[in-house]
Write a protein that binds this ligand. Structure first.
Ligand SMILES: *[C@@H]1O[C@H](CO)[C@@H](O)[C@H](O)[C@H]1NC(C)=O
Ligand SMILES: *[C@@H]1O[C@H](CO)[C@@H](O)[C@H](O)[C@H]1NC(C)=O
Ligand SMILES: *[C@@H]1O[C@H](CO)[C@@H](O)[C@H](O)[C@H]1NC(C)=O
Ligand SMILES: *[C@@H]1O[C@H](CO)[C@@H](O)[C@H](O)[C@H]1NC(C)=O
Length: 206
Protein backbone atom coordinates (compact mmCIF):
# COMPACT_ATOMS: atom_id res chain seq x y z
CA UNK A 1 0.00 0.00 0.00
CA UNK A 2 2.76 2.38 0.98
CA UNK A 3 4.56 1.43 -2.18
CA UNK A 4 1.44 2.16 -4.16
CA UNK A 5 0.93 5.55 -2.49
CA UNK A 6 4.50 6.63 -3.11
CA UNK A 7 4.28 5.39 -6.69
CA UNK A 8 1.10 7.38 -7.11
CA UNK A 9 2.78 10.46 -5.62
CA UNK A 10 5.70 9.99 -7.97
CA UNK A 11 3.44 9.67 -11.00
CA UNK A 12 1.40 12.72 -9.96
CA UNK A 13 4.58 14.66 -9.28
CA UNK A 14 5.98 13.88 -12.69
CA UNK A 15 2.66 14.68 -14.33
CA UNK A 16 2.45 18.00 -12.49
CA UNK A 17 6.02 18.92 -13.33
CA UNK A 18 5.35 18.15 -16.97
CA UNK A 19 2.21 20.21 -16.88
CA UNK A 20 4.00 23.18 -15.30
CA UNK A 21 6.82 22.97 -17.85
CA UNK A 22 4.54 22.70 -20.82
CA UNK A 23 3.81 25.78 -22.93
CA UNK A 24 0.24 27.05 -23.03
CA UNK A 25 0.48 27.96 -26.69
CA UNK A 26 2.55 27.12 -29.72
CA UNK A 27 3.36 29.37 -32.65
CA UNK A 28 3.67 27.65 -36.00
CA UNK A 29 5.30 29.28 -39.00
CA UNK A 30 4.21 27.64 -42.22
CA UNK A 31 6.34 28.22 -45.34
CA UNK A 32 4.27 27.08 -48.29
CA UNK A 33 3.20 27.53 -51.91
CA UNK A 34 -0.40 27.78 -53.06
CA UNK A 35 -0.18 25.11 -55.80
CA UNK A 36 2.21 22.65 -54.17
CA UNK A 37 0.40 19.33 -53.47
CA UNK A 38 2.34 18.77 -50.21
CA UNK A 39 1.43 22.29 -49.05
CA UNK A 40 -2.21 21.78 -49.95
CA UNK A 41 -2.28 18.48 -48.08
CA UNK A 42 -0.73 20.04 -44.97
CA UNK A 43 -2.94 23.15 -44.96
CA UNK A 44 -6.16 21.23 -45.50
CA UNK A 45 -5.63 18.03 -43.50
CA UNK A 46 -3.22 19.06 -40.74
CA UNK A 47 -3.24 22.79 -40.08
CA UNK A 48 -6.91 23.62 -40.40
CA UNK A 49 -8.28 20.84 -38.16
CA UNK A 50 -5.63 21.56 -35.51
CA UNK A 51 -6.33 25.29 -35.61
CA UNK A 52 -10.06 24.73 -35.29
CA UNK A 53 -9.85 22.08 -32.55
CA UNK A 54 -7.07 23.52 -30.36
CA UNK A 55 -8.27 27.07 -30.97
CA UNK A 56 -6.41 30.10 -32.19
CA UNK A 57 -5.26 31.02 -28.67
CA UNK A 58 -3.38 27.75 -28.31
CA UNK A 59 -2.20 27.25 -31.87
CA UNK A 60 -0.97 30.54 -33.25
CA UNK A 61 -0.33 30.48 -36.95
CA UNK A 62 1.93 32.54 -39.18
CA UNK A 63 1.55 31.81 -42.87
CA UNK A 64 4.40 32.63 -45.26
CA UNK A 65 3.47 31.88 -48.87
CA UNK A 66 6.56 31.95 -51.11
CA UNK A 67 8.30 28.57 -51.05
CA UNK A 68 10.76 27.97 -53.86
CA UNK A 69 9.90 31.19 -55.70
CA UNK A 70 12.54 33.66 -56.78
CA UNK A 71 12.56 37.39 -57.37
CA UNK A 72 14.24 39.50 -60.03
CA UNK A 73 14.22 43.20 -59.25
CA UNK A 74 17.12 44.18 -61.50
CA UNK A 75 14.82 46.28 -63.69
CA UNK A 76 13.47 48.16 -60.68
CA UNK A 77 10.28 46.12 -60.71
CA UNK A 78 9.71 43.00 -58.67
CA UNK A 79 9.23 40.04 -61.00
CA UNK A 80 8.59 36.68 -59.38
CA UNK A 81 9.06 33.18 -60.73
CA UNK A 82 7.17 30.47 -58.88
CA UNK A 83 7.72 26.73 -58.81
CA UNK A 84 4.27 25.97 -60.24
CA UNK A 85 4.14 28.84 -62.70
CA UNK A 86 2.53 32.30 -62.87
CA UNK A 87 -0.79 31.04 -61.45
CA UNK A 88 1.01 30.10 -58.27
CA UNK A 89 2.57 33.58 -58.02
CA UNK A 90 -0.94 35.01 -58.34
CA UNK A 91 -2.22 32.67 -55.62
CA UNK A 92 0.73 33.50 -53.36
CA UNK A 93 0.07 37.22 -53.84
CA UNK A 94 -3.63 36.88 -53.04
CA UNK A 95 -2.77 34.93 -49.88
CA UNK A 96 -0.19 37.57 -48.93
CA UNK A 97 -2.80 40.31 -49.28
CA UNK A 98 -5.32 38.37 -47.17
CA UNK A 99 -2.72 37.60 -44.49
CA UNK A 100 -1.88 41.30 -44.37
CA UNK A 101 -5.46 42.54 -44.10
CA UNK A 102 -7.58 39.91 -42.33
CA UNK A 103 -7.54 38.31 -38.91
CA UNK A 104 -5.69 35.02 -38.50
CA UNK A 105 -9.00 33.22 -38.05
CA UNK A 106 -10.38 34.66 -41.28
CA UNK A 107 -7.12 33.89 -43.04
CA UNK A 108 -6.88 30.27 -41.90
CA UNK A 109 -10.47 29.66 -42.98
CA UNK A 110 -9.89 31.46 -46.30
CA UNK A 111 -6.78 29.38 -46.98
CA UNK A 112 -8.67 26.17 -46.13
CA UNK A 113 -11.49 27.11 -48.50
CA UNK A 114 -9.14 27.97 -51.38
CA UNK A 115 -6.66 25.13 -50.98
CA UNK A 116 -9.26 22.39 -50.79
CA UNK A 117 -10.94 23.64 -53.96
CA UNK A 118 -10.36 22.11 -57.38
CA UNK A 119 -8.43 25.19 -58.48
CA UNK A 120 -6.67 27.06 -55.64
CA UNK A 121 -5.34 29.91 -57.80
CA UNK A 122 -8.55 30.59 -59.72
CA UNK A 123 -9.65 34.18 -59.06
CA UNK A 124 -13.35 33.28 -59.00
CA UNK A 125 -12.72 30.66 -56.35
CA UNK A 126 -10.42 32.96 -54.34
CA UNK A 127 -13.03 35.71 -54.45
CA UNK A 128 -15.71 33.29 -53.24
CA UNK A 129 -13.50 32.11 -50.38
CA UNK A 130 -12.72 35.70 -49.42
CA UNK A 131 -16.36 36.75 -49.40
CA UNK A 132 -17.36 33.65 -47.45
CA UNK A 133 -15.00 34.86 -44.69
CA UNK A 134 -15.99 38.55 -44.80
CA UNK A 135 -12.74 39.55 -46.49
CA UNK A 136 -13.18 42.38 -48.98
CA UNK A 137 -12.26 41.23 -52.49
CA UNK A 138 -12.02 44.88 -53.57
CA UNK A 139 -9.29 45.35 -50.98
CA UNK A 140 -7.50 42.27 -52.31
CA UNK A 141 -7.68 43.64 -55.87
CA UNK A 142 -6.36 47.01 -54.68
CA UNK A 143 -3.53 45.19 -52.93
CA UNK A 144 -2.70 43.33 -56.17
CA UNK A 145 -2.78 46.40 -58.42
CA UNK A 146 -1.07 48.89 -56.10
CA UNK A 147 2.20 46.99 -55.78
CA UNK A 148 1.52 46.16 -52.15
CA UNK A 149 1.18 42.46 -53.06
CA UNK A 150 4.65 42.54 -54.62
CA UNK A 151 6.14 44.10 -51.50
CA UNK A 152 4.38 41.56 -49.27
CA UNK A 153 5.57 38.66 -51.41
CA UNK A 154 9.08 40.08 -51.44
CA UNK A 155 9.00 40.30 -47.63
CA UNK A 156 7.89 36.66 -47.55
CA UNK A 157 10.87 35.88 -49.78
CA UNK A 158 13.17 37.50 -47.23
CA UNK A 159 11.62 35.50 -44.39
CA UNK A 160 11.85 32.28 -46.39
CA UNK A 161 15.50 32.90 -47.23
CA UNK A 162 16.34 32.98 -43.51
CA UNK A 163 14.90 29.49 -43.05
CA UNK A 164 16.36 28.28 -46.38
CA UNK A 165 13.90 25.36 -46.65
CA UNK A 166 14.84 22.19 -48.49
CA UNK A 167 11.23 21.01 -48.49
CA UNK A 168 7.95 22.86 -48.92
CA UNK A 169 5.96 23.11 -46.77
CA UNK A 170 8.44 23.75 -44.01
CA UNK A 171 7.02 24.18 -40.52
CA UNK A 172 8.94 25.84 -37.71
CA UNK A 173 7.83 26.08 -34.10
CA UNK A 174 8.43 29.40 -32.40
CA UNK A 175 10.75 30.18 -35.32
CA UNK A 176 12.93 27.14 -34.69
CA UNK A 177 13.39 24.39 -37.25
CA UNK A 178 13.96 20.80 -36.23
CA UNK A 179 13.74 17.77 -38.46
CA UNK A 180 11.75 15.86 -35.81
CA UNK A 181 9.13 18.57 -35.53
CA UNK A 182 9.02 18.96 -39.31
CA UNK A 183 8.42 15.24 -39.77
CA UNK A 184 5.90 15.18 -36.92
CA UNK A 185 3.96 18.15 -38.27
CA UNK A 186 3.71 16.73 -41.77
CA UNK A 187 2.77 13.26 -40.58
CA UNK A 188 0.33 14.11 -37.78
CA UNK A 189 0.29 17.68 -36.52
CA UNK A 190 -2.29 16.93 -33.84
CA UNK A 191 -0.04 14.35 -32.17
CA UNK A 192 2.94 16.71 -32.30
CA UNK A 193 0.93 19.50 -30.69
CA UNK A 194 -0.52 17.21 -28.02
CA UNK A 195 3.03 16.12 -27.17
CA UNK A 196 4.36 19.67 -26.99
CA UNK A 197 1.45 21.02 -24.95
CA UNK A 198 1.55 18.00 -22.60
CA UNK A 199 -1.85 18.51 -21.15
CA UNK A 200 -4.81 16.27 -21.50
CA UNK A 201 -7.21 18.47 -23.38
CA UNK A 202 -10.22 16.59 -24.58
CA UNK A 203 -9.16 16.78 -28.23
CA UNK A 204 -5.92 14.92 -27.46
CA UNK A 205 -7.83 11.99 -25.98
CA UNK A 206 -9.74 11.15 -29.11
C1 LIG B 1 15.71 41.96 -54.85
O1 LIG B 1 15.65 40.57 -55.13
C2 LIG B 1 16.49 39.78 -54.30
C3 LIG B 1 16.36 38.33 -54.73
O2 LIG B 1 16.67 38.18 -56.07
C4 LIG B 1 16.07 39.92 -52.85
O3 LIG B 1 16.95 39.19 -52.02
C5 LIG B 1 16.09 41.36 -52.44
O4 LIG B 1 15.55 41.47 -51.15
C6 LIG B 1 15.27 42.21 -53.40
N1 LIG B 1 15.42 43.61 -53.05
C7 LIG B 1 14.41 44.38 -52.69
C8 LIG B 1 14.73 45.78 -52.39
O5 LIG B 1 13.25 43.98 -52.62
C1 LIG C 1 -13.45 31.84 -36.89
O1 LIG C 1 -14.05 31.61 -38.15
C2 LIG C 1 -15.06 30.63 -38.16
C3 LIG C 1 -15.47 30.36 -39.58
O2 LIG C 1 -15.66 31.54 -40.32
C4 LIG C 1 -16.20 31.09 -37.27
O3 LIG C 1 -17.19 30.09 -37.24
C5 LIG C 1 -15.66 31.34 -35.87
O4 LIG C 1 -16.67 31.88 -35.07
C6 LIG C 1 -14.49 32.30 -35.89
N1 LIG C 1 -13.92 32.39 -34.57
C7 LIG C 1 -13.53 33.53 -34.04
C8 LIG C 1 -12.93 33.45 -32.68
O5 LIG C 1 -13.64 34.60 -34.61
C1 LIG D 1 -12.40 29.48 -62.40
O1 LIG D 1 -13.49 28.88 -61.78
C2 LIG D 1 -14.73 29.26 -62.33
C3 LIG D 1 -15.83 28.78 -61.40
O2 LIG D 1 -15.57 27.49 -60.93
C4 LIG D 1 -14.81 28.72 -63.74
O3 LIG D 1 -16.04 29.07 -64.33
C5 LIG D 1 -13.66 29.30 -64.56
O4 LIG D 1 -13.63 28.73 -65.84
C6 LIG D 1 -12.32 29.07 -63.88
N1 LIG D 1 -11.31 29.85 -64.56
C7 LIG D 1 -10.17 29.34 -64.94
C8 LIG D 1 -9.21 30.29 -65.60
O5 LIG D 1 -9.88 28.18 -64.76
C1 LIG E 1 14.34 42.23 -48.15
O1 LIG E 1 15.70 42.31 -47.73
C2 LIG E 1 16.48 43.27 -48.44
C3 LIG E 1 17.88 43.21 -47.92
O2 LIG E 1 18.33 41.92 -47.77
C4 LIG E 1 15.92 44.64 -48.24
O3 LIG E 1 16.63 45.57 -49.03
C5 LIG E 1 14.47 44.68 -48.67
O4 LIG E 1 13.91 45.93 -48.35
C6 LIG E 1 13.67 43.58 -47.97
N1 LIG E 1 12.35 43.58 -48.56
C7 LIG E 1 11.24 43.64 -47.84
C8 LIG E 1 9.98 43.78 -48.61
O5 LIG E 1 11.22 43.60 -46.62
Amino acid sequence: MLKFVSLLALVLGVATAKYLDAPTSVTLQVYYETLCPDSIDFLVHQLHPSYVNFGGDVVQVELIPYGFASEDNSTGEKVFTCQHGPEECYGNKVHSCVINAATVNQTVNFVFCAERSASPANSTILQGCAEQNDISWTDVEDCLSSGLADDLLSANGNKTKVVDPSFIPTITIDNVYSQDNQDGAIKHLKTLLCNILQYPIEYCRC
